[in-house]
Design a protein around this ligand. Structure first.
Ligand SMILES: N[C@@H](CCC(=O)N[C@@H](CS)C(=O)NCC(=O)O)C(=O)O
Length: 230
């Protein structure tokens, strides 16, 4: 399916089936965050793949720019609006479909969830995003991404040692966990040594055992290439 093919104009916010539409790329860690939220909250949706590599990057097409002027995935069409920015999307889903909860009730726990989410979504992922790696150049990409991820993970490991229970903040799955797992996948992709991060690794493993993290995994998306399917 092409970008926006099934949507008739920009005001069309649902597919013919009435389901929300997620503009997503199988390998995008930010898209994966939202896919996990949709899975946890049992929200049925359709995927429109936006291939970030093909045709020079489908995120740069006029059609997609009209949906998200930042030229990034994810974008979600739901309830008559189109939303970009994965954390804003997750917070909207939380406010409109509150079960199961992804933000704790206790403000002190809630701020820890937001702090960890921002640390990853603002302090790590943007530094190793595709557009930055293109600027850095092929030769230096790996070292650059490794440095960005490991310096963020050094801080995160220390924080998690005091906030974590079974998951990032206590024993309930939260928005912070939705950020953690895709970021660890990026770390693995860029061959970051994870041995200095036992807490991150332990939580990642526990989360990957949950169904919502499995069905939303990059190896199981409609646009996953056959050689990367599992
Ligand atoms: N802050 C945004 C970041 C979105 C983002 O960086 N998306 C990446 C994929 S994970 C992207 O579309 N990159 C395309 C590019 O760099 O050209 C969010 O959380 O949604």
């Amino acid at each position: 399916m092409q970008v926006g093919k099934e949507a008739k104009g920009h005001h069309s916010t649902m597919t013919e089936s009435g389901k929300p539409i997620l503009y997503s790329y199988f390998r995008s860690s930010c898209s994966w965050r939202v896919r996990i939220a949709l899975a946890l909250k049992s929200i049925d949706y359709e995927t429109v793949p936006v291939n970030l590599i093909k045709d020079g990057g489908q995120q740069f097409s006029k059609e997609f720019q009209a949906l998200n002027p930042m030229k990034q995935v994810p974008a979600l069409k739901i309830d008559g609006i189109t939303i970009g920015q994965s954390l804003a999307i997750i917070e909207y889903l939380e406010e409109t479909r509150p079960t199961p909860r992804l933000l704790p009730q206790d403000p002190k726990k809630r701020v820890l969830v937001r702090m960890i989410s921002d640390l990853i979504a603002g302090g790590i992922q943007p530094l190793q995003n595709l557009s930055i790696l293109k600027q850095v150049g092929q030769e230096n990409q790996l070292a650059w991404a490794q440095k960005a991820i490991s310096s963020g993970f050094n801080a995160l490991e220390q924080i998690l040692q005091s906030t974590a229970g079974k998951y990032c903040v206590g024993d309930e799955v939260s928005m912070a966990d939705l950020c953690l797992v895709p970021q660890v996948a990026n770390a693995e992709r860029y061959k970051v040594d994870l041995t200095p991060y036992p807490t991150i690794s332990r939580i990642n493993k526990a989360l990957l055992a949950l169904e919502a993290f499995q069905v939303s995994h990059p190896c199981r998306q409609p646009d996953t290439p056959p050689e990367l399917r599992a």
